[in-house]
Ligand binder design. Structure first.
Ligand code: GDP
Length: 296
């Protein structure tokens, strides 16, 4: 909760005061609320849905005092966050695969380190595949995080075919009886076609190896980039099959609204949130806890 204090002190903390300062529930109140929500990165569509649902709920509960609307808003917003299946699937007997995609700089490497660390702490054997072969620095950084996490890395030289890295990672994971293989990918978004082809190839290799399509494909999104992050997510959602999201850097933003936009627009669960640069700074995403943390 303390990690999300920026969001709380920023936008969301003001919401309570907003309602306390009102004497009547009228159109102006809803319009002002709309403006506030849009500014917190929730996005226009989601804001309209939230305010629409709020009005309906306030009417049906017969609420007349603006102070009571605050609690209803929290309930309504919580309802918009998808909760089912927001755990990473890593309990299957045999090898569990987690493919991690996302644009450079969003915190992909750090997040892989955090996940690897969490899983090794649970007693799992974890192998990380350095599938971002485009940048030498990416391979080195990933290796550092992997060592810190107590996991093993499979890497090739810069410039080699990512497909080969994926193949070797899965083979090594099987030979060493690993429980989980986490696969990094390159984060270049400038060419949608290339991105699609590369991810398609990687998906094929994984599917062939695990025998079906029951693996995680996680998009990492920078929570400080607002609608930009949402647009990135839409592109990835089009070019590859995703099973969920991890939203990073939520400790660094005064606007946590992006999680609502993501849940609603992409209809897939947020599995974890990143709340700092340390290896422990990864939290399961629990809608109720999140709402409580950002609002009060
Ligand atoms: P990549 O290029 O996507 O692999 O990004 P990196 O993992 O290298 O992270 C980019 C920067 O974001 C680094 O300075 C990280 O320390 C920072 N970062 C990653 N996740 C978080 C987070 O949850 N909170 C904060 N405050 N910083 C983060």
């Amino acid at each position: 909760k303390e990690k999300l204090s920026k969001s709380r002190e920023g936008f969301f903390g003001k919401v309570k005061g907003f309602f306390l300062g009102r004497s009547v529930i009228d159109d102006e109140m809803y319009e002002d609320l709309e403006e506030m929500l849009i500014q917190s990165d929730i996005g226009m569509d989601m804001t309209l849905k939230i305010v629409g649902a709020l009005e309906k709920e306030v009417r049906s509960r017969g609420i007349k005092d603006p102070k009571e609307v605050y609690g209803v808003l929290k309930d309504v917003m919580e309802n918009f966050l998808i909760e089912e299946e927001n755990e990473l699937k890593t309990e299957k007997p045999g090898l569990n695969v987690i493919l991690v995609v996302g644009v450079n700089g969003v915190g992909k490497t750090t997040t892989i380190g955090k996940i690897a660390s969490k899983l090794t702490k649970e007693g799992k054997k974890v192998i990380v595949g350095a599938g971002d072969t485009f940048r030498a620095a990416a391979i080195e950084q990933l290796e550092e995080w992997t060592i810190r996490a107590g996991a093993e890395i499979i890497k090739h030289q810069q410039g080699t075919d990512p497909g080969a890295v994926v193949f070797d990672t899965l083979k090594a994971a099987e030979n060493r009886n690993a429980d989980v293989a986490i696969i990094d990918t390159a984060g270049r978004l400038h060419n949608k076609n290339n991105l699609m082809k590369e991810l398609e190839k990687i998906n094929r290799i994984i599917e062939k190896h695990v025998g079906d399509s029951s693996y995680e494909s996680i998009l990492v999104i920078d929570g400080t980039t607002g609608q930009n992050g949402l647009n990135q997510a839409k592109v990835f959602n089009e070019v590859t099959k995703l099973t969920g999201f991890i939203v990073t850097k939520l400790d660094g933003t005064a606007k946590g609204g992006i999680v609502f936009a993501i849940s609603e627009e992409l209809k897939k669960p947020i599995k974890f949130i990143g709340v700092g640069e340390g290896i422990e700074d990864l939290r399961p995403f629990k809608p109720k806890e999140y709402i409580d943390a950002i609002f009060e």
